[in-house]
Design a protein around this ligand. Structure first.
Ligand code: ADP
Length: 350
């Protein structure tokens, strides 16, 4: 059997990482799976309505879209939305990220090359260096760029006029943005986790693009384990396809998907090693909690920010974890999932 468990030494399963990994791209570029229009973009219904009104109004006025800030955990479709908005507006989307704009001249280079109405997508915008962020203020507000020419006593500040563009910022930590930057976005919108039904639709669409056959229940089996995240759903589908090919099976049924995902050590609720360790620590060391974020970080060897931005949102979404003023608590379904009996005082919550 060519398929081996993908659990690595730390008990982490790379298949369940919401961030993009190099494996997501080589065989079939992730791009080929991206929806190309708001209509094709599944789920996020309210957000789509808001954006579709914004696009319609901007087109009527013949103006670019307002600057837009998208926030939410990785893999939920922020980059995809920026590309779709450019497509809907009939303009180009230029993609960059906060950490790669180290020097002010990096952002200047991008800004001066924009055409009117273009979208500049800045991923991880909370990681923009301070000077770059300050350069953006005038660019966003007045479509103006102040650049210093020359050095020392001969240095002068020159003002350049920029084409009217749209900045689409994406972040997993909206709270980490400075208020001057946040205030310059006309629209600030949250992406939420997808329901199992929405993920099943995404999986069915991807299966069609990959020329595979999958039953409705087969798609649901994969959706259930995808942590509410389309990127993970597509990745799991590709691994199930590998298994189906090895087995010479043409149609993906729930039984086949279940067996393949079990072989790949994918938990029935999509929990990975870090989620399990977090919950186990809470249950075993703190009788379910409360325990502070820093204590949990130290005991699991994870960065507190990653726990807060990537792991906790999903655990809260499925009702396994609660953030309280006194710390984090593991809720009864988490105890049950880990094969334990919740303490009597927690049972009424079930
Ligand atoms: P983010 O920028 O939030 O990390 P991406 O936009 O890169 O996420 O999306 C990851 C992958 O998930 C994309 O390749 C795309 O195929 C898929 N995807 C995301 N959102 C949707 C959606 N609403 N419908 C269908 N596929 C989606």
């Amino acid at each position: 059997m060519a398929i081996v468990s993908s659990q690595d030494e730390g008990g982490r399963n790379p298949l369940l990482k919401p961030q993009a990994t190099p494996q997501d791209t080589p065989v079939l570029p992730e791009d080929s799976l991206r929806p190309r229009s708001l209509e094709e973009y599944l789920g996020q219904t309210e957000l789509k309505q808001i954006l579709s009104i914004a696009v319609g109004a901007a087109k009527v006025r013949g103006e670019p879209l307002d600057h837009l800030l998208l926030y939410g955990p990785p893999g939920l479709g922020k980059t995809t939305l920026a590309l779709i908005l450019a497509q809907e507006m009939g303009r180009q989307c230029h993609i960059t990220s906060g950490p790669s704009l180290e020097r002010p001249r990096d952002i200047v280079g991008l800004l001066v090359n924009l055409e009117p109405g273009d979208i500049l997508f800045v991923d991880e915008i909370h990681r923009l260096p301070r000077v770059t962020e300050e350069t953006l203020y005038a660019a966003m507000e007045d479509f103006r760029l102040d650049v210093t020419v020359g050095k020392g006593t001969t240095a002068r500040t020159r003002s350049l006029t920029l084409p009217k563009f749209t900045l689409v910022g994406a972040t997993t930590r909206v709270g980490a943005l400075s208020s001057p930057l946040r205030d310059r976005f006309g629209l600030v919108q949250k992406l939420r986790f997808y329901t199992v039904a929405e993920l099943a639709q995404i999986i069915t669409r991807t299966a069609q693009l990959l020329n595979m056959q999958i039953t409705a229940l087969g798609a649901e089996t994969i959706a259930q384990r995808s942590r509410g995240t389309p990127r993970i759903a597509n990745r799991l589908l590709k691994r199930v396809r590998d298994y189906a090919q090895i087995q010479n099976v043409e149609i993906i049924t729930p039984e086949l998907a279940g067996t393949a995902l079990e072989l790949l050590a994918v938990d029935p609720q999509g929990l990975d090693g870090v989620d399990r360790t977090l919950l186990t620590v809470l249950i075993e060391q703190f009788q379910g909690g409360p325990a502070g974020l820093d204590t949990l970080a130290a005991m699991t060897g994870e960065d507190p920010q990653t726990i807060e931005d990537v792991y906790e949102p999903y655990l809260m979404q499925i009702g396994y974890l609660q953030r309280t003023p006194r710390g984090r608590m593991a809720l009864p379904p988490a105890w049950v999932h880990l094969g334990r009996t919740p303490p009597a005082q927690q049972l009424p919550l079930l």
